[in-house]
Ligand binder design. Structure first.
Ligand code: ADP
Ligand code: FDM
Length: 212
């Protein structure tokens, strides 16, 4: 007997759009409905590569821009065997940021094309669904002050947002835009429904390869 695979579900969006809140709620809701589900997040700061990234984000160290881009990508690749294993075991993975953040953030820096930024992530497990939590930057600002980490400035975040919009023009990826300005429960309801549908749809499909 073959067991149906889990779905790879990604949440992306600007800072404070509610990604982490919604990932946690989705995993809980899927588990309560009797499905296997686990959360992952990128960067995964627990690995050796993740610690280099974390130190860079906390401005405790500096890294050359190409180098840190490749480290973010390597931090995803090092998780691929585990991700595939879990998906094949029928576990649904709910992921807080993925390669799209990788491309949106690096390509917001001067001199980086979307094309160059996408290359290292070509061939990663392709998400069955990517939900973009859309939130006006002024509303996001009301959800709290920026922290002290790298990239946490209004100007940079606006450029990142434009890069996400360019990425969403790519119809080879199953993007869904979610209005994240509503209440936590309203947003959750949409996310849960879309996720349940994609889980049913993906269970007998092979895992795809991103951007290839
Ligand atoms: P992200 O992971 O996208 O940065 P978080 O889930 O950490 O966002 O949420 C950022 C802040 O906004 C938290 O204080 C959270 O409680 C709050 N928040 C999340 N979703 C909503 C919402 N729909 N309405 C109001 N506040 C929210
Ligand atoms: N980030 C995240 C990147 O620059 N590249 C990536 O590939 C990924 C996954 O790291 F500023 C940025 C986005 C954000 C920071 O913050 C991670 P959180 O709070 O851990 O999501």
């Amino acid at each position: 007997m073959t067991c149906s695979r889990g779905a790879l579900i990604v949440l992306e969006g600007v800072d404070r759009a509610g990604k982490t809140t919604q990932c946690l709620k989705l995993v809980q809701a899927l588990q309560q409905s009797g499905r296997e589900a686990e959360m992952m997040r990128f960067p995964d700061r627990t690995t050796v590569i993740g610690q280099l990234i974390s130190s860079y984000l906390m401005k405790k160290s500096n890294l050359e821009d190409h180098t840190v881009h490749l480290l973010f990508s390597a931090n995803r690749w090092e998780m691929v065997p585990l991700m595939k294993q879990k998906l094949e075991q029928g576990i649904n993975l709910v992921v807080d940021r993925y390669a799209f953040s990788g491309v949106a953030f690096t390509s917001a820096k001067p001199g980086f094309s979307l094309e160059w930024c996408k290359n290292p992530d070509v061939g990663l497990p392709k998400p069955d669904l990517v939900m973009f939590l859309q939130l006006n930057p002024s509303v996001a600002e009301n959800r709290g002050e920026f922290g002290t980490e790298r990239y946490e400035t209004s100007f940079f975040q606006c450029t990142v947002h434009r890069r996400f919009e360019e990425l969403m023009e790519d119809k080879s990826v199953n993007w869904r835009v979610i209005d994240a300005a509503r209440s936590i429960e309203e947003v959750h309801k949409d996310i849960k429904l879309l996720s349940e549908n994609i889980i049913n749809f993906s269970e007998n499909q092979p895992i795809g390869m991103l951007w290839s």
